[in-house]
Design a protein around this ligand. Structure first.
Ligand SMILES: [Zn+2]
Length: 134
């Protein structure tokens, strides 16, 4: 998507057991890039979301995180806050800057976790304590 100057979205799906969530696979939903006066975004239509939820239910998986790219620096926009696909408390939203055309470093990404008060940005220390890449 970034090659075409568009934001892209991928979902992490897996299971939650006790206090631990395990990502089993990624899922790229059918998506439509949007360019508007407010900037770039990604739209996933209701039918795709319905099919995704049926698939998750059948596989006994859940959405653990949404990862999307920005053309600029990484932050959570008002659109990101209001139209998140992931809505489970404790889930993550990760924003990748510059369409991913940057060295892969945690410092350049934005990591947010959904709390009862909304999306809360995590510090590098918090994210390093939260995610274990096996
Ligand atoms: Zn965004």
């Amino acid at each position: 998507m970034g090659i075409h100057g568009c934001e892209g979205l991928v979902l992490w799906v897996g299971v939650a057991v006790d206090n631990e969530a395990q990502v089993h696979q990624t899922f790229i939903p059918k998506q439509m890039p949007v360019r508007s006066r407010d900037g770039l975004s990604v739209h996933v239509d209701g039918e795709t979301l319905y099919d995704l939820n049926v698939w998750l239910y059948e596989k006994r998986l859940r959405l653990l995180a949404q990862v999307h790219s920005h053309g600029e620096h990484a932050y959570h926009s008002e659109t990101d806050n209001r139209h998140s696909i992931v809505t489970t408390l404790g889930a993550l939203s990760i924003v990748v800057p510059y369409f991913g055309n940057v060295p892969c470093s945690l410092e350049s990404f934005a990591f947010l976790r959904l709390s009862a008060k909304g999306w809360v940005e995590l510090s590098i220390d918090e994210i390093q304590g939260l995610i274990d890449v096996g």
